[in-house]
Each structure stands twice: as C-alpha cells, then as structure tokens.
Write a protein that binds this ligand. Structure first.
Ligand SMILES: [Zn+2]
Ligand SMILES: [Zn+2]
Length: 185
C-alpha cells in the first residue's frame, strides 16, 4: 500500500513539474524578447531564442551548463521551504525533479539517450523526442510542457495557453513568439 501511494506521489510530482515547466517555458517563448533587464537577457532570453534557432545545440553543453538555471532556482525554492519548516517529502521531490527538468528536455533532443530514459520516454513518464519536436515548429505555440507526455495533449486540446493569452493581450501584453523582436523565433 505504501509503495502504491509513493508511486502515486512520484507521478503527481512529475505532473506538477510538467505543468511548472510548461508555464515557465510558455512565459519565456510568449512574452520575452531581448532588450529587457540585462539579468533576464543573459540568463534566460538569449538562451531561449538560441534554442529555437538551433535546437540541437542543447546537446553541446555540459551538465552544469545545461542545468544551472533550474538547479539554482530549485535550490532557492528548497531553501524557502526549509525556512518555513515544510517537512512534506513530496514538496522536496517536486523541487528535485524541477531541478532536472532541462536535463529531461535535453534527452528529448537526443536520438540515443540512456536506456532507462528511453524506456521512460516510451511510456511517456519522460517527454519523448517525437512530442517535443512538435514544439519546435513555428510559431512555437504548442507543447510547452517539457517533462512528460501527459499534460501537453490535454492543455493544447482545451486551448489552455490561448485562453490565458487572450486575457493578457486584452490587458495590454504583446505576444512576442516568432516576431522580428525575437529574430523570428
Ligand atoms: Zn520554446
Ligand atoms: Zn527543445
């Protein structure tokens, strides 16, 4: 019974991280363009555009280069949880999985990932190469989640991202995806 509950929590944690990865990735692709705060440009916007321009380039980096932004952000969130005496292991599992979300993204760009990863990709617990490839098409408006294969079909089918954009555009925001400001990416 404990094993079943633990497996359920692991799956739930993966889906939570899948959703968080989707929200952050959607925000990067949709609302950012170079020329904002230098810190944002340097750590997020330029890498994000470069990844759309040359998707395979993600395989060239080392482990730290690929994962440092996620690890630093996850460590900060983990620190806040500890500060507020959060003891639930599930919260820390979410943080640990989130710290590796770009590694999962990298594997979705590999034709020959580790065997265990390949097996998990086949059942969708980690995102498959095929599903992530659907994101890398202009105008980069679908398949924003990068952790599993489960949430994207659901969110895209109900036009989840389009719905939020519809509201934000009416509040004055500008969709930047594939615009000249992002070099078409
Ligand atoms: Zn993207
Ligand atoms: Zn990608």
């Amino acid at each position: 019974m404990f094993m079943l509950a633990a497996a359920g929590w692991v799956l739930a944690s993966l889906l939570i991280v899948d959703f968080i990865s989707g929200v952050l990735h959607w925000a990067e692709d949709t609302w950012t363009a170079p020329g904002g705060p230098e810190l944002l440009d340097r750590w997020i916007v330029r890498d994000n555009i470069e990844h759309h321009r040359r998707p395979g380039g993600i395989r060239a980096g080392d482990y730290w280069g690929t994962n440092r932004v996620c690890i630093v952000l996850a460590a900060a969130v983990g620190g806040v949880l500890a500060l507020f005496h959060v003891h639930a292991w599930q919260a820390y599992l979410v943080v640990v999985l989130a710290s590796q979300s770009n590694q999962v993204h990298l594997w979705a760009h590999c034709s020959n990932p580790p065997r265990l990863v390949r097996a998990l990709q086949r059942i969708g617990l980690l995102q498959s190469r095929e599903q992530h490839a659907e994101h890398h098409r202009r105008p980069y408006a679908a398949r924003f989640c990068t952790m599993t294969n489960y949430l994207n079909p659901l969110l895209d089918a109900v036009a989840f991202w389009r719905g939020i954009e519809w509201v934000l555009v009416r509040c004055g925001a500008t969709v930047q995806r594939a615009t000249p400001a992002r070099g078409g990416y």
